[in-house]
Design a protein around this ligand. Structure first.
Ligand code: ADP
Ligand code: MG
Length: 728
């Protein structure tokens, strides 16, 4: 029997095993099973000397069987109505050339005594254990030398060096069982068609698909394993890039409602600005203005460090759309941020946000806020303003994505702080417009090149590289938590800032109280400091007499909003908060930030946090308080953050240190099952080359008609994303 990749596993490995593979790992076909790749390869231990075995070590020993004695064990007590199950233990004594011995044990495998006859030499591979003070190997794998072996040394080498695939396993399906199924499938597999375009395969000297499947599961050598991985990664990269490039190409020809440059409300706004635009704002603004005026939807990513003035760029884009009868929606990741955007947009617009009110300018519009916590009545009023088009600008959290939110004429979607949203959410909002709206995605998290190419591979990119003039530098220092003097100095600095009329943040990793949420990972360190405890300690201790405020994610929206307003109004001196203040919060009078247990935060997170200070005309100060000892990896990360404010450098470093899954987060959901081997970190070259090839491929043949097998893979990936969208 020969089988193809679409053969059902039940026809190949039997119904029972197939059911376990399906239930435990979601594998239904031979193709599914063969793309369940090993996550590592155990090498049988180097050949060990029987004189120097250490408990726990994986070893391979070359030895001769001296005796093999099956011993019956007391039977397992029978279950009612069943017969007792017989059990036995086979003990095999083997000795090396020096006569040193070790015992091998096999449970219920008495038949092996027929193979392991005294006098035979073999290699035995397993983990060294101990029983009653004697070293032993439990159920070691073995290969016996032919009784007439001409070159024992060669056999020894081959066996000891072999790769043993280790699979992601489940309780019911240990790795060796999966390996067994894979072997059966590979033995039956007829050479599968190769989905990669032949030209690309030969240009990059890629192994054929069938060979790659064999080599990734049962590598013949280190080299062939490398070649197999490269080939399979290439396929993943090319499918992903082709999907993104195609999506981009398709989006580029969709019709959009043109919103010409300028317009009364934008011109009035520009005239009212108290400062000149930075060069970057002008340049990026012009790019965006051109695209909004075009007949096809804009899909642009705007990167710029915290405080670089992205929001202003976005607002000007929104006004251009509003000036021509459209609406703009701004999607923010948290209620705090949505509330703040709403406030600051209304403030920046002044009278221009008072559309419909007496005495407001002709060109004025309204700015609506829609979050999950609005009361039913508020919500109804807001929805009406959105539906009638009265509200030109609508700010909200993902509540904006829900059904029941209808726009009069949605012309522009601005997504703030994109790393919290995925492609899918973007799509959900865009689907609320009759014609595809323009999309502007803003992120303050600098994005390493490969991530930009994959997660945002369907967007054009703009960057704001300089901060507005008059922006103040932020000095960052690491403070050892256990040093009393330094800690005292830290709180004195906070008091000095407050005495000078300014404000400060104190950030802790945890809320405290009943919560068990822990951002620091489950180890035996003390629990991370909590804002609810810290505020009490500070109030009665080093910050006695100052006006302290508390902000964290478990407060209800109204309370959060009240606290943020009070802080923005200068009625609170020191805000003790969790990372809810991480993104976008803007209080220019805040100049100092103390981050406690700083090593519990990621590099990018620290950088984001510190961007909350130094936003006004006074220099910022950020103190990273930590117990991490000098020379540890944690301390190195903090030192890195202290040493530079270059967000891009820090983002690259962050990517290196974090698990890629975290980096991609929701942004890649729906594509996960398609990217198994490819690493955004290590496979930069493959991703770049695949991108270039995908562009060429789709330019020459937009629907990839000449490569149906490859096109089918691209469709699969796109469909999985679509499915995620419906579920989400
Ligand atoms: P981002 O969203 O990129 O973090 P914001 O748009 O919130 O930055 O801008 C931060 C602050 O800088 C705001 O108070 C904003 O009014 C101010 N700002 C923006 N552009 C300029 C500029 N060209 N000159 C001076 N201040 C500016
Ligand atoms: Mg912002």
């Amino acid at each position: 029997m020969a089988v193809g990749l679409d053969a059902r596993l039940r026809d190949v490995v039997g119904a029972k095993t197939a059911a376990a593979l399906d239930k435990g790992l979601g594998l239904e076909t031979v193709g599914d099973l063969l793309s369940h790749y090993p996550f590592r390869y155990a090498q049988r231990g180097e050949q060990a000397d029987l004189g120097s075995l250490r408990i726990g070590e994986e070893v391979t020993v070359f030895a001769q069987v001296r005796a093999a004695v099956p011993k019956p064990l007391p039977p397992k007590p029978p279950r009612p109505g069943k017969r007792a199950i017989k059990r036995d233990l086979l003990e095999v004594i083997v000795a090396d050339e020096m006569g040193r011995t070790v015992t091998l044990t096999y449970f219920n495998q008495g038949w092996r005594a027929k193979e392991l006859r005294p006098g035979r030499w073999g290699l035995f591979a397993g983990k060294v254990g101990q029983f009653r003070g004697r070293l032993q190997l439990n159920s070691p794998q073995y290969r016996l030398l032919a009784e007439d072996a001409s070159d024992p040394a060669e056999a020894v080498e081959e066996f000891a060096g072999a790769f043993i695939p280790v699979y992601p396993a489940t309780a019911d399906l240990p790795t060796w069982k999966i390996g067994q199924c894979v072997r059966i499938a590979l033995d039956l597999l007829e050479d599968p068609p190769d989905p990669l375009p032949a030209a690309i395969r030969s240009r990059h000297r890629l192994m054929g698909y069938g060979a790659a499947l064999h080599q990734i599961h049962r590598p013949e050598s280190f080299e062939s394993l490398g070649a197999a991985k490269k080939r399979l990664k290439w396929q993943e990269a090319l499918v992903m890039q082709a999907a993104l490039v195609r999506r981009k190409a398709e989006a580029a020809v969709e019709p959009a409602t043109p919103r010409p440059k300028g317009g009364a409300i934008l011109e009035a706004f520009d005239a009212s600005l108290p400062f000149p635009l930075t060069d970057g704002q002008r340049r990026v603004g012009a790019e965006i203005a051109d695209e909004l005026a075009g007949e096809h939807p804009m899909h642009r990513l705007l990167q710029g460090d915290v405080g670089s003035g992205k929001t202003l760029v976005a607002l000007r884009a929104m006004l251009q759309v509003v000036a021509h009868g459209g609406q703009a929606a701004m999607l923010a990741p948290t209620e705090v941020l949505a509330g703040q955007h709403h406030r600051s947009i209304a403030e920046m617009l002044g009278d221009l946000a008072k559309g419909g009110e007496l005495g407001a300018p002709m060109e004025a519009t309204r700015v609506a806020l829609l979050t999950g916590s609005a009361t039913a009545a508020q919500r109804r009023a807001t929805l009406e303003a959105v539906e009638s088009g009265e509200a030109g600008i609508v700010v909200g959290t993902h509540a904006l994505l829900y059904d029941g939110v209808d726009f009069h004429d949605l012309g522009l979607v601005v997504v703030d702080e994109q790393h919290r949203f995925g492609v899918e959410q973007r799509d959900a909002l865009r689907s609320k417009a009759e014609r595809p709206p323009h999309t502007l995605v803003m992120t303050a998290t600098p994005i390493p090149r490969t991530v930009a190419m994959t997660v945002y591979g369907d967007l054009e990119t703009s960057r704001l590289t300089e901060l507005p003039a008059g922006r103040s530098p932020i000095a960052t220092h690491v403070v050892p938590y256990t040093d009393q003097r330094w800690m005292a100095r830290t709180w004195t600095r906070v008091r000095e800032e407050v005495a000078a009329g300014r404000q400060a943040y104190v950030v802790c990793p945890r809320v405290g109280g009943e919560d068990t949420e822990d951002t620091g990972g489950g180890d035996d360190r003390r629990p991370p400091l909590a804002v609810t405890d810290m505020i009490e300690q500070l109030r009665s201790g080093p910050l006695h007499g100052l006006r302290l405020g508390l902000l964290h994610g478990r407060l209800d929206a109204e309370e959060k909003d009240r606290v943020m307003r009070a802080y923005a109004a200068g009625e609170i001196d020191v805000l003790v908060a969790t990372t809810v203040i991480e993104v976008g919060v803007n209080v220019p009078n805040a100049t100092a930030m103390v981050i406690l247990d700083a090593e519990r935060f990621g590099i990018s997170q620290l950088h984001q946090l510190r961007g909350r200070v130094g936003r006004g005309s006074h220099p910022g100060l950020c103190l990273l308080v930590s117990e991490a000892a000098e020379g540890t990896a944690s301390r190195d990360r903090l030192d890195a953050v202290a040493s530079t404010t270059d967000g891009f450098a820090l983002a690259e470093l962050d990517l290196e240190q974090r698990r890629e899954g975290d980096v991609l987060g929701a942004a890649q959901s729906g594509t996960k099952s398609h990217v198994k081997l490819l690493s955004l970190l290590r496979d930069v070259d493959i991703i770049e080359e695949a991108r270039a090839d995908a562009v060429k491929l789709i330019a020459a043949d937009p629907r990839m008609r000449s490569e149906p097998a490859f096109a089918a893979l691209v469709d699969d990936l796109a469909a999985d994303r679509g499915e995620y969208l419906e579920k989400g």
